[in-house]
Write a protein that binds this ligand. Structure first.
Ligand SMILES: [Zn+2]
Length: 143
């Protein structure tokens, strides 16, 4: 099962500075552990009631490992990963929809030209691989 589709309880939804235990769905008490951050402060974690593993998200009473959940990206094939990377590059330049079909977005106002061309070149490499991969799937020939 995919964990993104399951009901989740995030540690960041807890009030700041919470210590000890919290009561979650079903009246189960879950321990909170704190780790210190490098730049000061601390970060809260749930301790999974089943395996005692530190985790930031419960589903809703056990951790991802105990329930045998995995991420949607673990089910992606090579082409799906390349397509997601290509779309992510475009999203960094402000494109929110349309996938890789429209022209590459123009340079954001405050971005340097060197940075823009470097990122655009990387995105075009991913996009070319995606197009060649899908083309070879359709035609049955490898590029
Ligand atoms: Zn667990």
């Amino acid at each position: 099962m995919i964990c993104e589709a399951q009901p989740q309880f995030h540690v960041r939804s807890l009030p700041a500075g919470v210590e000890g235990f919290v009561r979650v769905q079903g009246g189960v008490h879950v321990a909170i552990e704190r780790t210190t951050c490098n730049l000061g402060g601390s970060r809260a974690w749930f301790l999974c009631p089943t395996c005692n593993r530190r985790c930031a998200i419960l589903y809703p009473v056990k951790c991802r490992i105990c329930l045998g959940l995995n991420y949607a990206s673990e089910h992606e094939g090579k082409l799906d990963r390349l397509l997601r990377k290509a779309i992510m590059h475009r999203a960094m330049h402000g494109q929110s929809k349309g996938g890789i079909a429209p022209a590459f977005p123009s340079k954001p106002k405050l971005m340097r030209w060197h940075t823009y061309f470097k990122a655009r070149k990387q995105a075009e490499v991913f996009e070319r691989k995606v197009i060649e991969g899908f083309r070879s799937q359709i035609t049955g020939r490898s590029a």
